[in-house]
Design a protein around this ligand. Structure first.
Ligand code: NAP
Length: 520
């Protein structure tokens, strides 16, 4: 493309509102609350670079589809390495002034951003449901959770402190400073299109870093809506940049971020396979890397457990987001003495309380899976389990489109795909066990180590098992654990580093030791 044409594309700052099929599902819903913007106003056909709405240098776009009905919501730029490189240069320039701001200045802007997210919660939730599919109530929960990171980091940035170390030489003073690490590259998945962004970008911006972020192909609109609100909050141009790309261009966008010497931090949430690839690519510039990768969470119900509470916990841990979260219960181990009771009660709840449908319908608890490929994978898991002797207690079938019935399988064994692999869908595979030692061994017999859950009323057992599970997050008598204030991250191949809480901001800080000598 001639350079003038490229410049014209880049300088195109107007956002084109796209009122296509997206508006239709909204028509039946309550209008936005006073002061809030309609969800459709967040749908645009541009990415966000240097505080402006930007097209791809190639002029290419890709379509975003509602997974519940297959309708096209709109199109966004299909950016490539050239666009990513531009965003990195912009972020690098913005970093030179952003790093000089005070924590208080950053805090005020983050708080404004959080407030705007909160004011627009209903509409952001509709947008999220339309592009990702999760039920509206869950989408609202995610926006609250996502805004919670902005609020948290608005506070945490004021608590970044260095220290002074005791000296053994009288003429010296030894100081430790903490400073922003620099331009931070980020790649996020589709299953939490809002919160995975605020959890990373909120921490980075609070620390004084600038951001170049690639959202998932399936869910760019929630990312762009956050840019829109960041701009409205007064976050300066170049501090937050979002490069949208199709799956075809994801590899080149990622490689450009990982190999750029101007980017000094990389944070990724997604599959373990891609995480390993990015870690290799980051080796060329020795970047600080955070990885939030896949899980294979054990959910253990011991004989002393409150079975009804354990069933409720398992429903939340398994079927939230139609099973498409990295902390979803993947292997449900139930003690042999309560196995039948647990299965019967869980099946009753699934059949009575879970309703599959378009997430925009307030009655829906189980939205669609993200795409056809995901449905095929779940079908293959059920077939594999049944062929190896598992029994389908309920569900087990596709419901057309991207919908799949919430499914319970009994007689699951460790050689089945649904026990060995991350399911990422609505299958609850239930495994029988006899002893604590046996089940803790089975729970840990995986290369993943993100979340683990167990139900028990035996205090000594609670301490023993909480300490022995090899995972970064443990739920004791709880099925839904994530909160902005707690550290989130995995052991083993589930990741590196932590997000959230006061640990999250540390990922975006460098430590500097200053030795001051010659003092009298
Ligand atoms: P994925 O395929 O790894 O995709 C995640 C992100 O990486 C998307 O933005 C994707 O872009 C991008 N990507 C894909 N291939 C790439 C490449 N070669 N180079 C650079 N970027 C690339 O994962 P997913 O299937 O969307 O998400 C599900 C996985 O994420 C699960 O394993 C889940 O456990 C994990 N997850 C982990 C956490 C956590 O905190 N630990 C949270 C949520 C999800 P495209 O969308 O354009 O392909």
């Amino acid at each position: 493309m001639p350079i003038l044409a490229i410049l014209r594309v880049f300088s195109s700052t107007s956002r084109h509102r796209v009122f296509s099929s997206f508006q239709k599902p909204m028509d039946n819903l309550a209008p936005p609350k006073p002061g809030a913007r309609p969800a459709s106003s967040f749908v645009c056909d541009k990415a966000f670079i240097n505080g402006e709405w930007a097209a791809a240098s190639s002029g290419k776009t890709f379509e975003v589809v509602n997974p519940a009905n297959g309708k096209v919501i709109g199109s966004v730029p299909d950016m490539d390495a050239t666009d990513t490189d531009r965003a990195i240069k912009v972020a690098y320039k913005a970093f030179q002034s952003w790093k000089e701001t005070t924590a208080k200045e950053r805090s005020i802007l983050l708080r404004k951003w959080a407030n705007l997210v909160s004011e627009n919660i209903d509409e952001l939730a509709k947008l999220l449901t339309s592009e990702m599919g999760k039920p509206l109530a869950e989408a609202k929960g995610e926006i609250t959770y996502g805004g919670g990171f902005l609020e948290l980091f608005a506070e945490e940035c004021k608590r970044v402190e260095g220290n002074i170390i005791q000296t053994h030489i009288k003429s010296r003073r030894l100081l430790v400073l903490k400073q922003p690490i620099g331009v931070s590259g980020m790649i996020t998945p589709w299953n939490f299109p809002n919160a995975m962004i605020t959890r990373k970008a909120g921490a980075a911006i609070a620390a004084g870093c600038t951001v170049v972020l690639k959202p998932a192909e399936d869910t760019p609109y929630s990312a762009l809506a956050l840019c829109d609100l960041a701009k409205e909050a007064g976050i300066p141009a170049g501090v937050l940049n979002v490069v949208t790309s199709s799956r075809n261009n994801a590899a080149q966008v990622g490689k450009t971020i990982c190999e750029s010497p101007l980017v000094t931090k990389m944070s990724f949430t997604g599959s373990t396979f891609v995480g390993k690839l990015l870690l290799q690519q980051c080796a060329s510039t020795v970047k600080k890397v955070s990885l939030e990768l896949g899980g294979n969470a054990p959910f253990i119900v011991f004989e002393s457990a409150d079975v009804d509470a354990a069933v409720q916990g398992a429903i939340g841990a398994k079927f939230r987001c139609s099973g498409q979260t990295c902390v979803c219960a993947n292997r449900i181990f139930v003690h042999e003495s309560i196995y039948d009771e647990f299965v019967k009660k869980m099946a009753a709840v699934v059949e009575k309380d879970l309703k599959v449908g378009d997430g925009i319908d307030p009655a829906t608890t189980q939205g669609p899976l993200i795409n056809k490929k995901a449905v095929e994978k779940i079908e293959a898991h059920v077939q594999d389990a049944v062929s190896k002797g598992a029994k389908v207690v309920c569900g087990g079938k596709s419901k057309g489109g991207n919908f799949f019935e919430p499914t319970i399988l009994t007689g699951v064994t460790n050689d089945m795909r649904c026990a060995k692999e991350e399911i990422f869908g609505p299958i609850a595979g239930i495994i029988r066990f006899k002893t604590e030692e046996e089940v803790v061994g089975l729970a840990n017999a995986t290369t993943s180590g993100l979340a683990g859950y167990f139900y028990s009323r035996d205090l000594s057992q609670i301490w023993r098992v909480a300490e022995r599970l090899e995972s970064g997050i443990v739920g004791v008598n709880e099925g839904v654990l994530s909160v902005p204030d707690a550290p989130f991250g995995g052991w083993k191949e589930s990741g590196l580093g932590r997000e959230g809480g006061r640990y999250g901001i540390e990922e975006y800080l460098e430590i500097k030791y200053v030795c001051m000598g010659g003092l009298q």
